[in-house]
Ligand binder design. Structure first.
Ligand SMILES: [Zn+2]
Length: 236
């Protein structure tokens, strides 16, 4: 049985490359190759957990050449004339040490690259599942308004401008437009223009699609004050 190429094992252990189907088949059948892969992954894991690696300079070119030379060294099963005492001992792997060295070095390089990459790259754009434009009710200054986005992770991002001052607080609600007595309190707006509020688990956003921002007095009454300031309907 032809073992998997050591280079290939390093790649599988260190990168996000996935094994080809024939490689997967071989790994399932071949314990030595599985062991090597596990060892390499352990090394990779140790490297990834280390702190402060991002400050390391890139390895000099000559080091890389030696690492590559080490990996590329022919796997010559030296003719072993002396009978091995343990017949079931694992075959010698002359390339394991250089491969591990290469793995460790590659981990340093990969970790450094990933760290820089994470630092430079902007966070992935959140998926917006639904949005609404909030408009002022007739009693509210026309300059007031806002926008609401339902993010794919179930949170509500709300962006408010020019709300009238209140001696109480502003609260966000989701209302069933078909039965406006049914509503869910989402949370209080902080004293800043934008907020992200988690929607309680189990709220059917298709049904509770009317977003309402109310002016609530500090009266200890958890129900809606009846003083709505902004409203808008979520569209998907
Ligand atoms: Zn194998």
């Amino acid at each position: 049985m032809q073992h998997l190429d050591p280079d290939r094992l390093v790649l599988l252990a260190l990168s996000e490359q996935t094994a080809e189907s024939d490689e997967t088949g071989h790994l399932q059948r071949c314990e030595p190759c599985r062991d090597e892969l596990d060892t390499l992954r352990t090394v990779a894991g140790l490297g990834a957990e280390s702190q402060g690696l991002s400050n390391l300079p890139a390895p000099p070119e000559h080091l890389w050449q030696r690492i590559e030379a080490g990996i590329a060294a022919p796997v010559t099963p030296v003719a072993d004339v002396t009978p091995r005492p343990e017949r079931n001992s694992r075959p010698r792997r002359p390339w394991l040490a250089p491969v591990l060295a290469a793995a460790a070095a590659a981990v340093l390089a990969v970790v450094g690259t990933v760290t820089v990459d994470r630092y430079l790259r902007r966070p992935p754009a959140e998926t917006v599942a639904a949005r609404a434009t909030l408009s002022p009710l007739p009693t509210v200054p026309a300059a007031a308004g806002g926008t609401v986005q339902v993010l794919s992770d179930g949170q509500l991002r709300i962006d408010i401008r020019n709300l009238p001052l209140t001696t109480g607080f502003h609260e966000v609600w989701l209302i069933d437009p078909d039965d406006p007595a049914k509503m869910v309190a989402i949370g209080n707006l902080p004293e800043k223009p934008d907020a992200v509020l988690p929607v309680p688990v189990g709220v059917d956003m298709n049904r509770y699609r009317l977003v309402d921002v109310s002016d609530e007095p500090h009266d200890g009454d958890a129900t809606h004050s009846g003083r709505s300031l902004l409203r808008g309907t979520l569209t998907y």
